[in-house]
Design a protein around this ligand. Structure first.
Ligand code: SD4
Length: 338
């Protein structure tokens, strides 16, 4: 943990131009064109995930394989932020959401999936082996089992069990912004640590193919049946091979209401750089939320076909992991609210 934190600080210091908090698009230096292949993912969990993706990208592999393998690393870590080790809903059950998009408008998604370790791989099977885009709840689980995914035990991890017991003392639902940073996890305030849990990843491979993935347990202590943006194509993730790709993290309700990732891609289609597109989308969230914007976090990452990247958050504290070699860098994102 502490080495991750140190890495965050040193990387952020070394990339001070990206860490500033400009409010106007024109004031942004903007991340450099990084070319291809590249992989970008949300939060510091992205460091390990990017390493997993790079094994494929660095060997000239397919972006789709990379974004699946990359976030599978995070799903398997279990100890932190995504997958079966994460915090449960308010009824004490871990439910998982994931989606994936390839470079041909192919997309697949699962939501409210229980007891399956790798929802991202189930989402890929939905894309590749069914006529549908989304499967939810028991139907998604039934499909996963039919596809040979093992049904894991219905059991909370020790950390999640502890957090849930704490949360039950008050049963207050109050998401805490930026809890995805590993330095803030656990211990945290009751109902606080792990309230948001997501990794989103975008990759451009050596052949110029774009793909994206997103996987999450959603917000800890959510209502049973609640879905956020992460499994929703166009909200948590969108890939248009003619333009670029975008993904979101943070308060899913506020990403859904402005079709977040699709909005970022459409802004790029209109000529914005990935950075300007992320910034404009975040500004829209801020405008919609008004004074309540301070209570939430929303952030976008984006990449265009040319290999330029963008990242922008509503609040300070969002960082993303970027790989253009086999050594990932953690970069503190620019943000909107001072
Ligand atoms: C959700 N967007 O379920 C997710 C949470 C998240 O980092 O992104 N956390 O609303």
């Amino acid at each position: 943990m502490s080495s991750r934190r140190k890495f965050l600080h040193s990387s952020a210091a070394g990339l001070a131009g990206l860490a500033a908090a400009p409010l106007a698009a024109s004031a942004l230096p903007g991340p450099p064109a990084v070319g291809k292949p590249l992989v970008i993912s949300t939060w510091d969990a992205g460091l390990n995930a990017n390493r997993g993706a790079w094994k494929i990208l660095g060997a000239g592999g397919y972006a789709l394989d990379a974004v699946e393998a990359g976030v599978m690393v995070t799903e398997a870590e279990q100890s932190c932020c995504v997958g079966l080790g994460a915090n449960p809903d308010r009824d004490g059950i871990v439910t998982l959401d994931a989606c994936i998009m390839d470079d041909k408008y192919g997309c697949g998604s699962v939501a409210a999936l229980e007891r399956i370790k790798h929802p991202i791989s189930v989402a890929r099977r939905v894309m590749e082996r069914t006529p549908h885009v989304m499967l939810v709840g028991p139907g998604a689980q039934q499909f996963a089992v039919a596809q040979g995914f093992p049904l894991e035990a219905q059991k909370l991890s020790p950390d999640a069990e502890k957090a849930y017991r704490e949360w039950l003392k008050t049963s207050q639902y109050k998401p805490i912004i930026n809890v995805e940073n590993s330095g803030t996890r656990p211990p945290g305030p009751a109902g606080g640590a792990n309230n948001h849990d997501t990794i989103a990843m975008l990759a451009l491979d050596a052949q110029g193919r774009l793909s994206g993935s997103c996987t999450t347990s959603g917000m800890g202590f959510k209502m049973r049946g609640r879905l956020g943006d992460s499994p929703i194509i166009g909200a948590g993730l969108f890939v248009d091979p003619e333009v670029g790709a975008a993904a979101a993290t943070g308060q899913g309700e506020d990403v859904i209401r402005m079709a977040g990732s699709h909005t970022v891609v459409e802004l790029m289609r209109q000529g914005r750089s990935p950075q300007a597109a992320c910034q404009e989308a975040v500004a829209r969230v801020a405008k919609i939320k008004g004074a309540q914007a301070r209570d939430i976090q929303v952030a976008f990452i984006a990449v265009n076909r040319q290999g330029q990247i963008g990242a922008y958050a509503l609040q300070k504290g969002f960082s993303y992991s970027l790989s253009t070699t086999d050594t990932p860098r953690l970069v503190e994102s620019a943000y909107f609210l001072k």
